[in-house]
Write a protein that binds this ligand. Sequence first.
Ligand SMILES: Cc1cc2nc3c(=O)[nH]c(=O)nc-3n(C[C@H](O)[C@H](O)[C@H](O)COP(=O)(O)O)c2cc1C
Length: 177
Amino acid sequence: MTLSDPVSTFDTAMFRGVMGRFATGVTVVSFMREGEPAGMTVNAFLSVSLDPPLVLISVRRSSNFVQHVQVGGRYGVNVLAEAQEHLAAYFARRPDGATKVAFRDHLGTPLIDASLAHIVARVVDIHPAGDHLLYIAAIEHLWHGLEARPLIFFSGKYKQIHAHEPAIQWNDALDGW
Ligand SMILES: Cc1cc2nc3c(=O)[nH]c(=O)nc-3n(C[C@H](O)[C@H](O)[C@H](O)COP(=O)(O)O)c2cc1C
């Protein structure tokens, strides 16, 4: 397929495949659903502004999240470690209640222990974008979590980083630039 192909012949599988070559981390976005903590696996997560500090997630319109989080509401972002792959799989399907997930509460927003990092953000804007909604949110709290290796998603599969520590510390090497 080329860029000049008409939209009617757009190859969705090709689009997914090409986008899958963009390696990402994996998060579980946590929120309250009818008084109970809930989560959703999300890799469409990015920081959008430093001043003010804003983040964004892109959520499919049909997701439960959309029914439960509005402007003024909050969501948690839990950046997953490689040991949390089971949570990524669990929160990518409709929860069956069989898996017990250790949520902890932060002022009404659930968070998942043993993650690499946590953010609590308040939704300031929801932009429609095709079959998804972009939830822009102001960071209210953030924490480093465990020092551990991240879970990676690439080409439709979970991956782990197997890298040696670099011999050169680049921060030192860049001193004086
Ligand atoms: C690695 C991975 C990343 C995902 N990222 C997103 C995402 O960024 N946005 C989204 O809407 N769904 C994403 N999904 C799909 C949702 O996790 C899944 O549809 C959702 O948990 C189902 O929730 P629901 O029961 O509310 O529909 C992702 C799934 C996986 C496995």
